[in-house]
Write a protein that binds this ligand. Structure first.
Ligand code: GLU
Length: 447
């Protein structure tokens, strides 16, 4: 690795002490850029990597709200506006109890490359709060969202920064956030994406992330002489991303045999199809964050408490739950299972050590920043729809999404072949995303 790259990784760790998830992604991305930096010595002269790893702006704010018992609650809210070289900041909001700057910065940093890979004009940002919507009443969620937006609204705008959902922020939360923005700003505009269909939302946005993951995974399999048809697929998670992934994987002829929650995983040998996929929506809206009820509802399936689904033999694994759900021991299990493909659905699904182990053992890995970019790509289409005061048809959105995902796969493949002479989508995604941002930053001067 070049000294410049190593120095920048060390500097970022020093400047952001204790933020291990952020360090992890910076190490992973910068670690693959050495041949690019070698070819472009001008980047070091303008401190490009130091600028890339420092958010352009970050706000932390107090969110005060009153719970159903009349008790005053205080949370921490965040928005890190990472990079606007290729477009307005764009990226979701995560509401989860473990949210702290290290999580939001990792997500924001990843988002820059992901958004660049889509080929669309969107920069990267991410936000959220250490608020847990699970177990809260609708009224509590609404009051929290209103309090959160009462501060956030001054930092965002359709050409400035356009938040969306992420873990803990779905259609309901986007509704409450949008309602409060509109009330305070007195403007009906595309300031959030993932909106409801009757008020500016995009046909197809709900399923976009999952569908995109499967389009990407299938292209990756095709590039390696096979396809998803007839493959056994193990998926983790049961939220929006997992749901869209199961739906599309099944449609393309794959057999999905697992989903999971924080409580354990479901193994359904017959395959998760039809009403079983619909039941995932019920699980999600129950607000309990558990998948065990699936096994009571569908005889023949079983619930395995406290375990991850990677112990099930499959041809293709698609983690769709959260970051670092494939650690080194999981990677060993996946290799021992004889699998050939892992396609990351959740952001930074695997530790760096796990990715290295999988790849060293001949497994093809699709990295999340490429594979799950379909969600944010459709968000950008939603921004265009709102700006044009129009409504796009679902079939047009799906067709665009498909083209974008194929384009992303092929750009990653081309970049890895050019700089490393191999088919390595992990390195290729970093390089292809980086080059687009770097080009724009070079053109825009020292800012
Ligand atoms: N949170 C999603 C992601 O990780 C979507 C972001 C968006 O649509 O802006 O890409």
């Amino acid at each position: 690795m070049s000294n410049y790259v190593q120095d920048c990784i060390a500097l970022c760790e020093k400047k952001n002490p204790g933020e291990v998830e952020f360090h992890q992604t910076v190490e992973e991305v910068l670690g693959s850029l050495a041949p690019v930096i070698e070819k472009h010595p001008e980047y070091e002269k303008v401190a490009l990597l130091e600028r890339l790893t420092e958010p352009e702006r970050g706000v932390t704010f107090r969110v005060v709200w009153v719970d159903d018992n009349g008790k005053v609650q205080v949370n921490k809210g965040y928005r890190y506006q990472f990079n606007s070289a290729i477009g307005p900041y764009k990226g979701g909001l995560r509401f989860a109890p473990n949210v702290y700057p290290g999580i939001i910065k990792f997500l924001g940093f990843e988002q820059c490359f992901k958004n660049a890979l889509t080929g669309l004009p969107i920069g990267g940002g991410k936000g959220g709060a250490d608020f847990d919507p699970n177990g809260k009443s609708d009224a509590e969620v609404m009051r929290f969202c209103q309090a959160f937006m009462t501060e956030l609204y001054r930092h965002i705008g359709p050409s400035t920064d356009v938040p969306a959902g992420d873990l803990g922020v779905g259609g309901r939360e986007i509704g409450y956030l949008f309602g409060q923005y509109k009330k305070i700003a007195n403007r009906f505009e595309g300031v959030l994406t993932g909106k409801g269909l009757s008020w500016g939302g995009l046909n197809g946005r709900t399923e976009a992330t999952g569908y995109g993951i499967v389009f990407f995974a299938n292209r990756m399999l095709e590039a390696n002489g096979t396809s998803i048809k007839g493959k056994t697929v193990a998926i983790s998670g049961f939220g929006n991303v997992a749901w869209g992934t199961v739906k599309k994987a099944t449609e393309l002829g794959g057999k999905v045999v697992t989903i999971s929650g924080p409580d354990g995983y479901i193994y359904d040998e017959a395959g998760i199809t039809g009403e079983k996929i619909d039941f995932m929506l019920e699980l999600r809206s129950s607000g309990k964050n558990i998948c065990a009820p699936y096994a009571d509802k569908f005889p023949g399936s079983k619930f395995v408490a406290g375990k991850k689904p990677w112990e099930v033999k499959a041809d293709l694994y698609i983690p769709c739950a959260t970051q670092n759900e494939i650690l080194i021991d999981d990677a060993k299990q996946i290799v021992a299972n004889g699998c050939k493909f892992v396609c990351e659905g959740s952001n930074m699904s695997s530790s760096n050590e796990a990715i290295a182990y999988l790849q060293d053992n001949g497994i093809i890995v699709g990295p999340s920043k490429a594979a799950n970019a379909g969600g944010v790509a459709c968000s950008c289409i939603e921004m265009g729809q709102n700006a044009g005061k129009t409504v796009f048809k679902p079939e047009d959105v799906y067709a665009q999404l498909y083209d974008i995902m194929i384009g992303i796969h092929d750009a990653c493949e081309a970049a890895s072949k050019e700089y490393y002479g191999t088919y390595d989508l992990v390195k290729g995604a970093n390089i292809a995303g980086f080059l687009k941002i770097a080009d724009a930053m070079m053109a825009q001067g020292i800012v």
